[in-house]
Design a protein around this ligand. Structure first.
Ligand code: GLN
Length: 462
């Protein structure tokens, strides 16, 4: 089995040049090897379902982050509390990819409920970076980026971002990650972390692959009341244009505290785009410094209410009924949730408590509005914004162990603002520092996926 591009593979399958049964057995074998080496999966399927249709993704292997519900396939969101949960239904994004003929190969590792930046907060193994086994693949969609980077067969990954969980793992593994506009892809069947922030998106080896996957999953869904009324479209059609005349804004706050070698690579990327006909100018997004605390207050507040339903009654972990209900709930929850989930339940409950709500939660919402206004103003003058995706290269696990929870939260400093604003963003590989990949982050205005796809494609093509 040769490693061919997704585009080539789909053409070959269509014209009958690939025997799908042989191909799938090869894929399973390869995934077993990848699992052995890197721990990308929570569930790796032993038998694959035949494609539902001969649609636009006919026969294409698809991996799914484990917080997206898949019918008859265990879905844990990386948490012990959901061990053994088998959804009786497919999330809308899954249904749509299956309708186009995609074939699910497994569920990928993630930080518990998405709580993390390095995929070390999972009950089901820690994915190792295929480029250096001592380093993280990023998080929380670490299994998705791990598999995408390791796979030597055509494959795309469904992932999810609340505050950076697609961009970060893409940057750390040299893959491409797209977080769509909030509401463009239905959240129906996505296990909630923070409802006002969660977005299903894509990780792939190149821009074409994610544009293709986005075309399958985007568009209005009556099951999700926050889903936007936008028609389906083919996003690959935006990949033919160059960047001539595109106006690129460079937010200066996004270079503060960033490793100097990383900044150099991003500036080289900007110059390359200029050489290809784009113009650029530095801009200021003055509320950027408040985005991180605001994000964490909103995210943990929503998370703590979402996690209330895991009480050993309806979903997942059940235990022997002993003592009164309060005692039962606390036994189940103490056993089922990991340390970071517990920390966020406590923080979120505090931020929403009577007497503190105005000082924390409501203030954070006001800051969020300011962050959105910064972006809206800037996009009146620019087509896209360009910045580094992460302030550091993928850290080693022994470095991660030494970080305090706050230091881990600080790693999200460049990704939380666009996630708070719900604007679309793509991380593409821009170069390397000491052999480790660096991500260029391209951000666009709401529903301007086409512009970031156009620029990222033009950038990565040459
Ligand atoms: N690292 C961020 C957090 O822990 C983002 C996670 C995500 O996007 N799911 O909240």
């Amino acid at each position: 089995m040769k490693d061919i591009s997704v585009k080539q593979f789909l053409q070959d399958v269509k014209s009958g040049n690939i025997d799908l049964n042989d191909f799938f057995s090869g894929v399973i074998e390869k995934c077993e090897v990848i699992q052995e080496k890197y721990d990308a999966f929570i569930t790796l399927l032993e038998k694959l379902q035949a494609p539902r249709s001969k649609g636009k993704l006919y026969g294409l292997p698809l991996s799914v982050k484990d917080n997206i519900c898949t019918k008859n396939i265990q879905t844990t969101a990386g948490s012990k509390i959901l061990e053994g949960y088998i959804p009786p239904f497919d999330a809308t994004a899954i249904d749509r990819t299956r309708n186009e003929g995609a074939v699910i190969i497994g569920k990928t590792v993630m930080d518990e409920f998405g709580f993390g930046t390095f995929s070390v907060n999972s009950t089901y193994g820690i994915p190792k970076n295929p480029l250096d086994l001592d380093r993280t693949c990023g998080g929380s969609s670490g299994g998705a980026s791990c598999l995408t980077s390791a796979a030597d067969f055509p494959h795309v990954a469904l992932a999810e971002s609340t505050g950076g969980s697609i961009s970060c793992p893409a940057a750390f593994t040299g893959t491409v990650g797209l977080t769509p506009t909030y509401g463009l892809v239905s959240r129906w069947g996505l296990i909630d972390y923070a409802n006002s922030l969660d977005k299903i998106g894509c990780i792939g080896k190149n821009v074409y692959d994610i544009a293709l996957l986005l075309s399958a999953i985007a568009g209005n869904d009556s099951h999700d009341s926050t889903s936007l009324s936008v028609p389906k479209q083919d996003y690959t059609k935006y990949l033919t244009k160059d960047v001539k005349g595109m106006k690129i804004g460079i937010p200066k706050e996004y270079f503060e505290g960033v490793n100097e070698n990383i900044s150099k690579i991003i500036w080289a990327a900007i110059k390359k785009l200029e050489d290809e006909g784009a113009t650029y100018k530095e801009v200021s997004l003055p509320h950027t410094q408040y985005a991180l605390p605001s994000y964490y207050i909103i995210a943990v507040s929503e998370a703590s209410t979402n996690l209330a339903k895991y009480a050993g009654m309806r979903y997942g972990l059940h235990m022997a009924l002993q003592g009164n209900f309060d005692e039962y709930f606390s036994t189940v929850r103490s056993n089922g949730f990991g340390e970071e989930a517990k920390r966020r339940i406590i923080l979120g409950t505090f931020a929403r408590m009577a007497g503190y709500r105005d000082a924390y939660y409501l203030k954070a919402l006001k800051v969020r509005t300011k962050v959105i206004e910064d972006f809206k103003k800037t996009f009146k003058k620019f087509d896209v914004l360009a910045a580094p995706t992460m302030p550091v290269v993928a850290p080693r696990f022994d470095e991660i162990e030494k970080l305090s929870p706050i230091e881990v939260y600080m790693m999200d400093i460049l990704t939380v603002a666009p996630n708070l604003a719900g604007i679309p963003m793509i991380s593409v590989p821009a170069g390397e520092v000491n052999g480790l990949p660096i991500g260029l982050h391209l951000m666009g205005d709401h529903l301007e996926e086409k512009k970031i796809l156009q620029v990222s494609h033009a950038f990565t093509k040459t």
